[in-house]
Design a protein around this ligand. Structure first.
Ligand SMILES: NC(=O)c1ccc[n+]([C@@H]2O[C@H](COP(=O)([O-])OP(=O)(O)OC[C@H]3O[C@@H](n4cnc5c(N)ncnc54)[C@H](OP(=O)(O)O)[C@@H]3O)[C@@H](O)[C@H]2O)c1
Length: 335
């Protein structure tokens, strides 16, 4: 195992996670083809090296099914007791009955072959449609019934996280976009999370791979050069944040800091997010069986950033647009 003990944290009394969470959107089909055999082998590599926490969703192509196949393979060998699979439920806005919620959760349980789901993260597209209240109340009932171990949210803004917490729903995490480019969670979300004892899972931390040496000193890529849905998503975000010249300035600053610690630009980008105590984990997308950054990403736990590093980053960030003003609070890009 290459990860040290510091890579672990608890998000509740009984759930320990790795602070780098393996993101499975990258096997959904929107990021190139995936070979199942190679993907399952890669899941073994990640797990054996201490990357024991997985993020997925009901709509990430075969992700939930891969969990079942992987767990079946693993039963023959030793089982990692803290292996966790956090799925999502992303329903269309509609009237929500308990039957609808149970059906969706049962489907995930069947696909993943798990009696008890480790976590269900709930997404809602439209706050005007108040059915999210019914949905979360029914999810909470299923949690109390024991078929869901823990409840999380994804892309909820601070106002609605607060609303659900005030209702007494036991939410332990919210999953939001958070990177050196998109620092919206640092404003209202952090305060709400502190108030209610909620942790955040951050995605987009590497901007799909744009925050790496691969793009340092390179001219602005054309759309056709960006071969994953993730790269396209975050290139749009960079356009709203500033422009390619400013992004190059940021990469060069991160590169300067990276050299100081003998690590990579990506390591600095992830470390920056993990330094925020409200962040339980950074979800890093894994193109299972296609590309692997396992050893490199383990280096995130070998160093900490100093005040002067944060100041250097701030100097560039302060020239960028305020995404909170342009887009709104966390998750508003989906609404
Ligand atoms: N809740 C939501 O709405 C939501 C939205 C988006 C994502 N997510 C979650 O977050 C996960 C992360 O996805 P993301 O789209 O945000 O992508 P990301 O984690 O920002 O980027 C992932 C990509 O970064 C590259 N990478 C990883 N480690 C690297 C390293 N050390 N050096 C250089 N490049 C490296 C890899 O590219 P290559 O494969 O090309 O090497 C990888 O595919 C998803 O799988 C999903 O679980 C959730």
């Amino acid at each position: 195992m290459i990860l040290p003990q510091e890579s672990r944290t608890y998000i509740s009394n009984d759930i320990e996670i790795c602070r780098i969470i393996n993101g499975m959107w990258q096997i959904s089909g929107a990021h190139g083809p995936i070979n199942m055999e190679k993907a399952l082998e890669a899941m073994g590599d990640f797990t054996d090296n201490g990357f024991i926490t997985w993020d997925l969703a009901d709509h990430y192509g075969p992700a939930e099914d891969f969990v079942k196949y992987f767990r079946k393979l693993r039963r023959k060998e030793h089982q990692e007791p803290n292996l966790r699979f956090f799925t999502k439920w992303v329903p269309n806005p509609q009237p929500i009955s308990k039957e609808i919620v149970r059906k969706a959760i049962d489907l995930s349980r069947r696909r993943m072959d798990m009696n008890v789901l480790d976590m269900v993260q709930f997404h809602w597209w439209d706050y005007q449609d108040k059915n999210y209240i019914n949905a979360i109340e029914y999810l909470e009932e299923l949690r109390e019934e024991g078929i869901i171990l823990s409840l999380g949210l994804t892309n909820f803004d601070s106002l609605h996280v607060e609303e659900l917490c005030e209702m007494g729903i036991k939410i332990i995490t919210n999953q939001v976009q958070y990177s050196i480019i998109d620092r919206r969670p640092e404003k209202f979300m952090t305060q709400v999370c502190q108030k209610y004892g909620i942790k955040l899972f951050a995605y987009g931390t590497l901007c799909g791979g744009l925050l790496s040496e691969k793009y340092l000193g390179k001219s602005e890529p054309y759309r056709s050069d960006l071969n994953t849905a993730s790269l396209n998503k975050y290139k749009n975000m960079i356009n709203r944040w500033g422009n390619w010249d400013l992004f190059q300035e940021l990469l060069s600053t991160l590169n300067h800091i990276a050299k100081k610690y003998g690590v990579s630009i990506s390591n600095i980008a992830v470390r920056y997010i993990l330094e925020n105590p409200i962040i339980a984990g950074a979800i890093i997308g894994v193109r299972l069986g296609v590309s692997e950054h396992l050893v490199e990403n383990s280096k995130v736990f070998n160093f900490s950033l100093e005040r002067s590093d944060l100041d250097e980053i701030e100097k560039v960030s302060s020239k960028a647009n305020n995404l909170l003003e342009i887009i709104g609070d966390c998750g508003d890009e989906y609404r």
